[in-house]
Design a binder for this molecule. Structure first.
Ligand code: MG
Length: 160
């Protein structure tokens, strides 16, 4: 078994759509980034890549590469997952925490969980997605950005 951690932050700005876990969230602002800036999926990818010892998403999908301009992060996650499967690795479980003062994310979390499970080729009970605020403190508390943490357990062939 191998464990990995991922952490990401994106800035909230007007005029962008907000996408978390592949789900379009109703909000007056969205996350700024080269791709769709899906901070939740970025943290999950970094957790998986970390567990595998494969660096991070910046190395795999450089933000200087026009290919990834406005990229669908769920597609990038499927690419990462394909690499895992090709290496005969699979996901044990994934746990994600999104930190956002606004908007309220609870209504969307089930759909995010279903999306992630499908992309990670596991049953939904292997995926957990939580949202919290930071009680008005710091950049998330001021609504300037959204952060996400993820941990992933990856099973190597001998563990299957
Ligand atoms: Mg990112």
């Amino acid at each position: 078994m191998r464990i990995g951690h991922g952490y990401d932050v994106h800035r909230l700005i007007s005029g962008r759509k907000l996408v978390l876990g592949g789900v379009k969230i109703e909000y007056s602002m969205g996350l700024l980034g080269h791709s769709d800036a899906d901070v939740l999926v970025h943290a999950v990818m970094d957790a998986l890549l970390g567990a595998c010892g494969w660096g991070d998403i910046g190395k795999l999908f450089p933000d200087t590469d026009p290919t990834y301009k406005d990229a669908d992060s769920m597609e990038l996650l499927r690419t990462v997952m394909k690499r895992l499967l090709e290496a005969s690795m699979r996901v044990g479980n994934v746990d994600v925490t999104v930190i956002a003062q606004r908007p309220k994310l609870a209504p969307y979390l089930d759909e995010v969980r279903t999306n992630l499970a499908e992309a990670l080729c596991v049953e939904p009970d292997r995926v957990n997605v939580k949202a919290t605020t930071e009680e008005g403190l710091g950049f998330t508390g001021r609504g300037e950005g959204i952060a996400a943490h993820a941990v992933a357990l990856v099973l190597e062939p001998a563990d299957h």
